[in-house]
Design a protein. Structure first.
Length: 502
């Protein structure tokens, strides 16, 4: 056991060691690298050619995205348009082509302003996502059959979403400056490729990833602007403000947090206010739909409802889910203020969004995209990341096989209800497993692979190396040590303390 330095005694980085090489420091990454010639040697020269780590990550991300497009080929060539269940049996469903006509884009209707003729009276997406959808419709040919137009609409959206995917991978590669190869976890994530074109979530994920990069550079204003835009595209990014508030409380960085919060509010209003003022009913549809929507796919609430003779009402589920999110935030806040070292921002961001996903009344398969970049920044450990991804791929297949079962009539082709419940359980357990590993890293920071080379919080911006000004409980009197580590003693902030190997 070794002495545990406090945050106050840990300077920011006094020396920039060499970039961390996962094939040397991670057993799973090293084993996987045998497919391309083996681990990078210690005498290898990096950064001496055009193929820098960030460019490699971007190219791999684009390549994996392209494979995801190929996986959708059976639907593109007919399953979206013919047969009730074939798009599910081929696991290639996407909302994008169906909503081209279903949300009025084929007829030139203006989102939020023009009422829709179908079962949904207005577009049920946040404003910035609606703008994204509208721009894609402008680039879609207005002639030809409706099938031709829907195919084009999906392809145009896929091209725009591919740019978002590349941005996400590059931002993750650059957020932790000495760990650019961690971006490969995003680029190679199978669930990322499989779900990227189901819906428009990648827009919000990309804006959030850029915001995290800006915060890591100490640019709180840019962070706030981008996080506000991300929240204008999807609700979940606003949850990052909760853990950031508690971190800034512990470090006394109120000015940076205030700047970020003000920028979030202003940028969100800039996007939303024009629509809110002139088309309030259409603007509010996203919020009323989210409130009124019943228990749906992927949640533990669905398991309870389908196994109960008297399921909870939607109002009760809304109240309980909100309460659970609130309790989760209080738990994260308590963990932040009592941990022996101030947790890293990415760790708490992942835990907060994961808590929302785990307690929400619906889990669409593309929601995994919200967590992928945060999971990589929180715990860039290949074994744990791939375990979680395997669980998410299992759920991806499970939901489509369940829908195939429910839409195939008496043939019952696919996964029955009990089997789908097991798929939900696998998703929940996989996400909980990764949460447990992140919490363990917070309580025993010598196990945190990001901190093993002496870093404090490379994605923390103004928090990186900052002194604590408010702590509670054990954090006020840090113990000598908390656990036996897997490697040599770690002395944070001291040059040459460790080679970064776990």
């Amino acid at each position: 056991m070794w002495p545990m330095p406090s945050a106050e005694s840990t300077p920011a980085r006094v020396h920039e060691p060499d970039p961390v090489r996962p094939t040397r420091d991670d057993e799973v990454a090293a084993a996987g690298s045998e497919l391309i010639g083996g681990p990078l040697g210690r005498r290898a020269l990096t950064g001496t050619s055009w193929l820098t780590p960030v460019r490699v990550v971007a190219l791999v991300a684009i390549g994996m995205f392209a494979l995801g497009l190929i996986q959708k080929a059976p639907c593109y060539n007919g399953a979206w348009f013919f047969g009730a269940s074939s798009q599910y049996t081929h696991a290639c469903y996407s909302d994008i082509p169906h909503l081209y006509q279903g949300r009025g884009f084929a007829d030139g209707l203006v989102p939020y302003f023009d009422k829709l003729p179908g079962d949904m009276d207005y577009l049920e997406y946040p404003v910035l996502t609606g703008v994204f959808m509208e721009v894609a419709s402008w680039l879609t040919p207005g002639s030809g059959s409706i099938q031709y137009q829907e195919q084009w609409y999906w392809m145009v959206n896929a091209g725009m979403l591919m740019a978002c995917a590349a941005v996400i991978a590059v931002c993750v590669a650059r957020t932790h400056a000495r760990r650019p190869w961690d971006g490969l976890l995003v680029a190679l994530a199978p669930a990322f490729a499989l779900t990227a074109t189901i819906n428009w979530d990648l827009l919000a994920v990309a804006l959030t990833a850029v915001a995290m990069l800006m915060w890591s550079r100490g640019r709180s204003l840019a962070f706030g602007v981008l996080l506000g835009l991300a929240t204008a595209a999807k609700l979940y990014p606003v949850f990052l403000l909760g853990p950031l508030f508690v971190l800034c409380w512990r470090a006394g960085k109120w000015r940076a947090f205030g700047t970020a919060l003000g920028a979030v509010i202003v940028s969100w209003l800039v996007v939303n206010l024009p629509v809110m003022l002139f088309a309030f009913e259409g603007w509010s549809k996203f919020y009323t739909f989210s409130q009124e929507r019943g228990v749906d796919f992927g949640s533990f609430w669905l398991i309870l409802a389908q196994n109960s003779s008297d399921p909870l009402t939607t109002e009760s589920v809304n109240t309980l889910a909100t309460l659970l999110v609130g309790v989760s935030f209080l738990g994260i806040a308590g963990l932040t203020l009592t941990a022996p070292r101030r947790p890293r921002f990415a760790q708490l961001a992942f835990l907060m969004v994961a808590a929302f996903i785990l307690t929400n009344k619906v889990y669409s398969p593309q929601y995994v995209l919200w967590l992928v970049p945060l999971a990589v920044l929180a715990r860039p450990k290949w074994r744990d990341f791939l375990i979680w991804q395997a669980c998410e791929v299992a759920y991806f297949l499970g939901i489509w096989m369940y829908l195939a079962y429910t839409t195939s009539g008496d043939a019952h082709k696919g996964l029955p209800t009990d089997g789908y419940h097991w798929a939900i359980a696998v998703h929940l357990l996989g996400t909980l497993y990764l949460c447990v590993m992140v919490v363990r890293d917070i309580l025993m920071p010598e196990r945190d692979v990001v901190r093993q080379a002496g870093d404090d919080d490379p994605s923390g911006g103004v928090l990186d190396g900052a002194e604590d000004v408010f702590v509670l409980g054990a954090a006020a009197h840090p113990p000598q040590h908390t656990a036996q580590g897997d490697g040599p003693p770690v002395e944070w902030g001291k040059q040459g303390a460790t080679d970064g190997s776990p």
